[in-house]
Design a protein around this ligand. Structure first.
Ligand code: ZN
Length: 436
């Protein structure tokens, strides 16, 4: 009898061990990005649903965007886990400094040549490993990478309303159907608020606070929708952003930066990307680099000028051919105006990622994530390895670090605790050994 049972044990080890590891199923993942959701936007307004997530999930006090705190560069860092100099999406605008071509942000969303620079975003990597993925308005989701498209992609059109909460809820419903009826594994969902209201009205306004309340209600709706669709135990959710927002500093209180006061564009500059917040670039005419540099170096107390080769390495932007020979950063709240001051935004971003006003939100909840867990701040580049781990996807080479986020994941995850079989190998062994 004893030998028969031992035989069963040995056989079960041989038969079960291999298929068990193969059959591990990973939960689905939803990543929601609220554009321009500064890390502290929930602190001056009532947000019961976001507050509940603190208890029922993971909160990082804040996370750090990459050095160019703009929508496309930052979103693409999140979805690739690469620094801006590696993925090459260095601006919201697509440009060609030789031809002078500049394409506005919305039109770049379908231009593969702007996004596809040899680095694969997670949608494509996950698809190549057998998963079904979708991008709902997420920047970079609407183009081809090495000829491959995202399985399903919705691209935000011109004039799309940013703050329609009926549409916001419909988009949640659509995504829930993708998971429950069509077995999608990974979806990125993008909302254009609170960025829009932050620009138009300013971050410290009643209008911004109202949008945060609207977002909070949407989070409540999302949680009910997850439950209604039977996804509570099968779907992990990350909520994040791409940058923060700060109030624009204008005259008469501040001396605005007007670059034409210090240099003659016509004589010195071949091409420039300016008048777009606090980050800008200039392509000098041949032999004029030093002249521009000298003219701007000490021109304004709130202006920082770098030659490309002087850009600090920890910005992780310099080693890309799209970065032009002269790079300008304005101090927090100052715009880089070229010839006239046209800028009408009350709030803006694009400033140093060290500024607290540029930091962004991070929340996470779901079956594989701890409850009531406060994470230390980390770089957004580390969201990528976390997403890969949760999905069971082998990551592409990336600049993120799993050690930034590994504490958020429940211990059972690494023990393979979600193998959906009636008996695990361990239970079988215990039963047999008890009988013996
Ligand atoms: Zn943005």
């Amino acid at each position: 009898m004893k030998s028969e049972l031992l035989l069963v044990l040995v056989l079960s080890l041989c038969v079960s061990s291999k298929p068990l590891s193969k059959k591990r199923t990973y939960n689905k993942l939803l990543v929601i990005s609220f554009d321009g959701f500064r890390w502290d936007y929930d602190q001056d307004v009532d947000t019961p649903n976001l507050d509940a997530l603190v208890k029922e999930g993971v909160k990082a006090k804040y996370i750090n965007p990459p050095a160019i705190t703009m929508t496309s560069p930052s979103h693409f860092t999140t979805i690739t886990g690469r620094w801006i100099q590696d993925h090459g999406v260095v601006h919201n605008l697509m440009f060609n400094s030789s031809t002078g071509l500049i394409i506005p942000h919305k039109r770049t969303l379908t231009k593969s040549e702007w996004w596809d620079n040899g680095v694969l975003p997670l949608w494509i990597t996950a698809q190549n490993q057998g998963l079904k993925t979708a991008s709902f308005f997420y920047p970079g989701g609407g183009v081809n990478y090495s000829g491959q498209a995202v399985d399903r992609s919705f691209v935000q059109s011109y004039g799309h309303p940013y703050d329609n909460d009926t549409e916001w809820r419909q988009n949640i419903d659509t995504v829930m159907r993708w998971y429950s009826e069509e077995d999608f594994h990974f979806v990125t969902l993008y909302y254009g608020e609170p960025d829009n209201v932050g620009h138009v009205k300013g971050p410290e306004t009643t209008e911004r606070r109202k949008i945060i309340e609207q977002i909070d209600r949407l989070i409540g709706y999302l949680r009910k929708a997850i439950e209604k669709n039977g996804l509570t135990d099968r779907l992990n959710v990350l909520i994040t952003s791409d940058h923060g927002m700060t109030t624009v500093k204008k005259s008469p209180g501040f001396e605005e930066i007007l670059l034409s006061k210090y240099m003659r564009f016509l004589n010195l500059s071949e091409f420039e990307l300016l008048d777009y917040g606090g980050f800008g670039m200039i392509t000098p005419k041949e032999g004029k680099e030093q002249e521009i540099y000298d003219a701007l170096k000490n021109a304004h107390p709130n202006l920082k000028v770098y030659k490309k080769e002087e850009i600090p390495g920890q910005f992780y932007i310099a080693k890309n051919q799209r970065i032009q020979p002269i790079v300008l950063f304005a101090d927090l709240g100052f715009n880089l105006n070229s010839r006239i001051i046209l800028y009408i935004n009350k709030g803006d971003h694009g400033f140093s990622n060290h500024e607290m006003d540029m930091k962004m939100i991070f929340r996470a909840f779901g079956p594989d994530l701890k409850k009531n867990f406060l994470a230390e701040p980390f770089d957004s580049v580390s969201i990528y390895p976390l997403m890969c781990k949760l999905l069971g996807v082998t990551p592409e080479p990336n600049n993120g670090s799993l050690s930034d986020t590994t504490g958020m994941i429940v211990e059972a995850f690494d023990a393979g605790g979600r193998i959906k079989l009636p008996f695990t190998l361990l239970t079988l062994m215990i039963i047999i050994l008890t009988v013996i």
